[in-house]
Design a protein around this ligand. Structure first.
Ligand code: ADP
Ligand code: ASP
Ligand code: MG
Length: 442
C-alpha cells in the first residue's frame, strides 16, 4: 500500500484538487492524507485568538468570511445535486459549531477543537468530490484511530488496531481518505500533531500499514538546498538520507514537520517529496542510503534562546555539567546546541516555558546571561566536517556576528547561532560561499 499526503496548497483550490484527483486515480489501493485547504488553519488560529482575547465580533467576522469561501468552493466543485446537499449541510454544520463556540471559555481544548475543523472540512469535501467522479473512496475518520500518548508520541498499537479495523470495514475501497494533523490525546480529547503535522500523520500511517513508500505532495519540487522563501537560486536535492532530512526538518526546513521521518526510518520505508503542480519532476527521495559528501543543504530555525552559564569555580570541575543538565531535564526542556570553554558553558533552547525557573536554579551556583531573538543556522551533509569545500562557509564569519558554533557533534552537521536579524543575510551569503563558489576564497 502507498500513503500519499497532500498539503494545504495541493487542496487549496479547485484546480489543484483536480490535479490531486488525477494523481491518485490510478487504480492502485492507497491511503491519502489531506491537510486543511491553505489559509484555513491560520484563519482558525485567528478565530481562537480572538475568542481568547474576548473579541467575539472579530471572531464572528473571520468565521463568516471563511464560511462564504467554503460555500463557494462546494458550489463549484460538487455539482451532483444530492452530494451537493450533503456537503453543504456538513459545511454549514461546521460553521454553526464554530459560531456556537465564540462565547465559550478559552482553553487548549477549545483551541484544539477549533483548529481540527480545517482537515475535517477538506477531507469531507474532497472525498465527496471523488465519489461524484465515480471513484471508489472511503473516508477514514482520523479521530477514530489516531492517538498520541501522554508524552505526545504516537500510540502505535492503538493506531494499528483501530486503523486496520476501520480499513477492514470498507475492504473494496480503492482510495482511503483521512485527515492529517488531528488526533486524540491520551484522555481521548481532540488534539493534534502540532502545526505542519499532516506530514507526520502520513509517516505514522505509513509505518502501521507497512507502506511501500510514503509520498509527501506539496507546492515545490522537492527538498531544496536552502530556504527558497529567503534565498534565490536554491535547487532541489534528488536524494537525502533519513539522518540528513531529520536534521534539516528539526532545524527549521518548513517543507517537513520535524518528526516526519521518525516513524519510517527504522522500518526503512522511503519518503518521496513531490510537487502536485508538476508531478513529472523527480522531487526528493529520502532513504537509508547516503549519497555524496559535503554540504548538501542549509536550514534555519528561529525563536532560539541562548543561555550562558559562567561558573565562579573551574567549570569543568567534576559534576558541574551534570548539575546544569539536571535542571533542564527536570523542566523537560530540550537543549539544541552546546559549547564550552574553561569558565563557561553556552547552550540554546527553543521552549522557554520554564526559562525563568531554570535561570533561578542556575543562578544558585553560576552567573547566567540570557539572549533571545536568536536563530540556529544548520548546515547538513554526509561527512560534512571532513569535506574540502566546508571551510568556505567560514568566510561568512568575516561579516556576521556568530555567537556559537557547533562542529563535530556529528559528522553530518555544523550549526551556527546568530541573531535572527542577521539570518537573511547569513543564508544568502552561505548560499553564495557554499553552493555558488567552486573556488575557495571567492
Ligand atoms: P504543505 O502545505 O504542502 O505542507 P509547506 O508550506 O508546509 O507545504 O511546505 C512547503 C514550503 O516549504 C515550500 O513552499 C517552501 O516555501 C518552504 N520551504 C522551506 N524550506 C524549504 C526547503 N529547504 N526546501 C523546499 N521548501 C522549503
Ligand atoms: N493544517 C495544519 C497546519 O496548517 C497541518 C498541516 O498543514 O500539515 O499546520
Ligand atoms: Mg507542511
Amino acid at each position: 500500500m502507498l500513503v500519499l499526503k497532500f498539503g494545504g496548497t495541493s487542496v487549496g483550490s479547485i484546480e489543484n484538487m483536480i490535479h490531486v484527483k488525477n494523481i491518485i486515480n490510478d487504480g492502485q489501493k492507497k491511503v491519502v492524507v489531506l491537510s486543511a485547504m491553505s489559509g484555513t488553519t491560520n484563519a482558525l488560529v485567528k478565530i481562537s485568538d480572538y475568542i481568547k482575547n474576548g473579541n467575539v465580533d472579530e471572531a464572528l467576522i473571520v468565521i463568516d468570511a471563511l464560511k462564504k469561501n467554503y460555500q463557494k468552493t462546494v458550489k463549484t466543485l460538487i455539482t451532483n445535486v444530492a452530494l451537493h446537499a450533503t456537503v453543504l449541510d456538513y459545511v454549514n454544520h461546521v460553521f454553526d459549531t464554530l459560531n456556537s463556540l465564540v462565547n465559550t471559555k478559552h482553553d487548549i481544548l477549545l483551541y484544539n477543537q477549533i483548529v481540527a475543523q480545517g482537515e475535517l472540512l477538506s477531507t469531507f469535501i474532497f472525498s465527496h468530490y471523488l465519489q461524484q467522479e465515480n471513484i471508489n473512496v472511503a473516508l477514514l475518520p482520523a479521530l477514530d484511530f489516531m492517538r498520541i500518548d501522554k508524552t505526545n508520541e504516537p500510540d502505535n498499537y492503538y493506531i494499528q488496531q483501530n486503523l486496520n479495523r476501520i480499513i477492514a470495514e470498507t475492504p473494496d475501497a480503492d482510495i482511503y481518505i483521512t485527515q492529517g494533523f488531528i488526533s486524540r490525546d491520551a484522555e481521548g480529547e481532540i488534539s493534534n500533531l502540532q502545526r505542519g503535522g499532516s506530514d507526520y500523520t502520513a509517516t505514522i500511517i505509513g509505518s502501521v500499514v507497512k507502506a511501500e513508500e510514503v509520498q509527501i505532495w506539496t507546492d515545490i519540487d522537492g527538498f531544496h538546498n536552502n530556504d527558497p522563501r529567503f534565498v534565490e537560486n536554491t535547487k532541489a536535492i534528488s536524494n537525502l538520507s533519513f539522518d540528513e532530512s531529520a536534521e534539516l526538518a528539526y532545524f527549521g526546513a518548513k517543507i517537513l514537520h520535524p518528526q516526519t521521518v521518525m516513524p519510517v526510518r527504522a522500518l526503512d520505508i522511503p519518503v518521496r517529496l513531490k510537487n502536485t503542480m508538476s508531478p513529472a519532476s523527480y522531487g526528493t527521495l529520502i532513504t537509508n542510503q547516503v549519497h555524496g559528501e559535503g554540504i548538501k543543504a542549509i536550514a534555519a530555525k528561529d525563536g532560539i534562546t541562548a543561555i550562558k552559564i559562567k561558573s565562579a569555580r573551574m567549570l569543568l570541575a567534576h559534576g558541574f555539567l551534570k548539575k546544569v543538565f539536571e535542571i533542564f531535564e527536570r523542566y523537560e526542556t530540550a537543549i539544541d546546541m552546546i559549547t564550552t570553554s574553561e569558565i563557561a558553558v553556552s547552550l540554546t533552547i527553543d521552549d522557554t516555558t520554564h526559562l525563568q525557573s531554570i535561570v533561578e536554579e542556575l543562578e544558585r551556583f553560576a552567573l547566567v546571561e540570557v539572549d533571545d531573538f536568536m536563530s540556529i543556522v544548520c548546515l547538513v551533509g554526509n561527512a560534512i566536517i571532513y569535506h574540502a569545500d566546508t571551510p568556505n562557509l567560514f568566510q561568512v564569519l568575516q561579516d556576521v556576528n556568530v555567537r556559537m558554533i557547533s562542529y563535530g557533534g556529528s559528522n553530518n552537521n555544523i550549526s551556527l547561532l546568530i541573531n535572527t536579524s542577521d539570518k537573511l543575510e547569513t543564508l544568502k551569503k552561505l548560499q553564495r560561499y557554499v553552493f555558488e563558489s567552486s573556488v575557495v576564497g571567492v
